[in-house]
Design a binder for this molecule. Structure first.
Ligand code: NAD
Length: 323
C-alpha cells in the first residue's frame, strides 16, 4: 500500500471543520497542516485537527509532505492561493464558488495545465449516491423528456454568520447551479430576483430566486435562502427534484436529520457532511489517480457565467442569455 497523500488547508474557517472530519475518514489521505490568516484561529484549528500550523502559505506549499492543497479561504482569494499551490507543484481542490470571474477560472486552468497538476472545483452537493442515480436515469432517458428541475435551498443562518459571507447569489446559488447543470445540463437564459427579508442591518441579499431555460428544452427553478428555515411538513431544506414526461426523481436533506445543532444550521443535516466526505474521497481516490472529476473547470465556467447572468438580470431587470 502506498503512503497516504498529505493534505494542506489554506484557510481554516467553518468549512475546514467539515473537510478535516472528511480527511480523517479517508485511508488514502492525511491532514498534514494548515495556514490561516489569523494566527489565533490557525493555532486553535491545528490543535483541534491534530496537524501542523504554518506561519505563511508559502511555507505550507513548500512542505514536501504535502501533495495536495484544499483552498478554503474567501472567494476573492481562491485564485491567488490556488496558483501559489499549483506553482509549487501541488494538486488543488478549490471551494465553491471557484473564483469571482470567468477570466480567473481560465487563469486557474492555464496554471494547472502548465504545471501538470490536478485542479478540481469543490462542488460537493453532487457527491451523493442518489444524485448519481438520478443523473443516470435522466441521461438514460428513463424519466422521459425533462420538464422541470427544482433546486431549493432554505436554511436559516444567523446574522453573525451571514455577515462574513457574500450574499446568496455568490455564496449559495453556485450549489444550485452546478447541481442543476450536473443533472439536466446547461441553461441558455436566466431571469433572477433577490431580496432582503431577515437581516435588515446587512447590505446583501438573504434570498435569491432564479428561473432558467435549459438547452434540453425544460425549465429550472432555483432558490437560495438564508432568511428562514422551511418548517412545513415536507420542507425544502435542500431539495432537488427533476420531473420528466415519464418519471420523477427527488433528493432531500430531510431524509437524514439529527436533532442537534449543526455548525451553522439549526439541525444536523447528515447528508451535508457526507457530501464533503464523498467529495474529498473522490478527489483523493479518483482525481489524484488520473480520473476525471464529476465536474471540471468547464462546468465551473458555466456556473460562473450563470452567476454573472443572474447579477445582470437583477441589476437591469431583464432576462439574460447564457452563451
Ligand atoms: N461547500 C460548501 O458547502 C461550503 C460551505 C461553506 C463555505 N464554503 C466555501 O468555503 C470557503 C470558506 O468559507 P467558510 O465558510 O469557511 O468561511 P469563514 O468565514 O468561516 O472562513 C473563511 C476563511 O478565509 C480566510 N480569509 C478571508 N479573507 C482572506 C484573505 N484575504 N486572505 C487570506 N485568508 C482569508 C479567513 O481567515 C477565514 O479563516 C468559501 O469559498 C465558501 O464559499 C463552502
Amino acid at each position: 500500500m502506498s503512503d497516504p497523500v498529505g493534505i494542506g488547508f489554506i484557510g481554516a474557517g467553518e468549512i475546514s471543520i467539515l473537510h478535516a472530519k472528511a480527511v480523517k475518514q479517508i485511508p488514502g489521505a492525511k491532514l498534514v497542516g494548515l495556514w490561516n490568516r489569523s494566527p489565533e484561529r490557525a493555532k486553535e484549528r491545528a490543535e483541534w485537527y491534530g496537524c501542523k500550523r504554518y506561519e505563511t502559505p508559502e511555507e505550507l506549499v513548500a512542505d514536501p509532505e504535502i501533495g495536495a492543497v484544499f483552498v478554503l479561504t474567501d472567494l476573492d482569494t481562491h485564485l491567488q492561493y490556488a496558483k501559489l499551490a499549483m506553482e509549487a507543484g501541488k494538486h488543488v481542490l478549490v471551494e465553491k464558488p471557484l473564483t469571482a470571474t470567468v477570466a480567473e477560472i481560465e487563469e486557474m486552468r492555464a496554471t494547472a495545465e502548465r504545471m501538470g497538476v490536478v485542479c478540481v472545483p469543490g462542488f460537493n452537493m453532487i457527491h451523493e449516491a442518489s444524485i448519481a442515480r438520478a443523473r443516470t436515469l435522466i441521461q438514460g432517458g428513463d424519466v422521459g423528456k425533462v420538464v422541470s428541475c427544482y433546486v431549493m435551498y432554505n436554511i436559516h443562518h444567523s446574522e453573525e454568520r451571514a455577515s462574513t459571507l457574500p450574499g446568496m447569489v455568490r455564496h449559495i446559488l453556485a450549489h444550485n447551479i452546478y447541481t442543476m447543470n450536473y443533472l439536466v445540463g446547461r441553461p441558455t437564459r436566466v431571469t433572477a430576483f433577490k431580496a432582503m427579508r431577515h437581516y435588515e442591518a446587512l447590505d446583501k441579499e438573504d434570498l435569491a430566486m432564479v428561473l432558467l431555460e435549459l438547452e434540453c428544452g425544460g425549465i429550472a427553478h432555483l432558490c437560495a435562502s438564508f432568511a428562514a428555515d422551511d418548517l412545513s411538513a415536507d420542507p425544502w431544506t435542500f431539495m432537488v427534484k427533476v420531473i420528466g414526461t415519464a418519471g420523477t426523481t427527488r433528493y432531500t436533506y430531510q431524509d437524514w436529520v439529527e436533532a442537534k445543532k449543526g455548525i451553522s444550521h439549526s439541525r444536523v443535516y447528515t447528508a451535508y457532511q457526507e457530501t464533503i466526505t464523498n467529495e474529498d474521497r473522490y478527489f483523493v481516490d479518483v482525481c489524484l489517480k488520473g480520473g476525471a472529476p464529476l465536474q471540471n473547470l468547464d462546468d465551473a465556467m458555466i456556473v460562473q457565467k450563470v452567476i454573472d447572468g443572474v447579477e445582470k438580470s437583477i441589476a437591469e431587470g431583464i432576462s439574460v442569455p447564457i452563451v
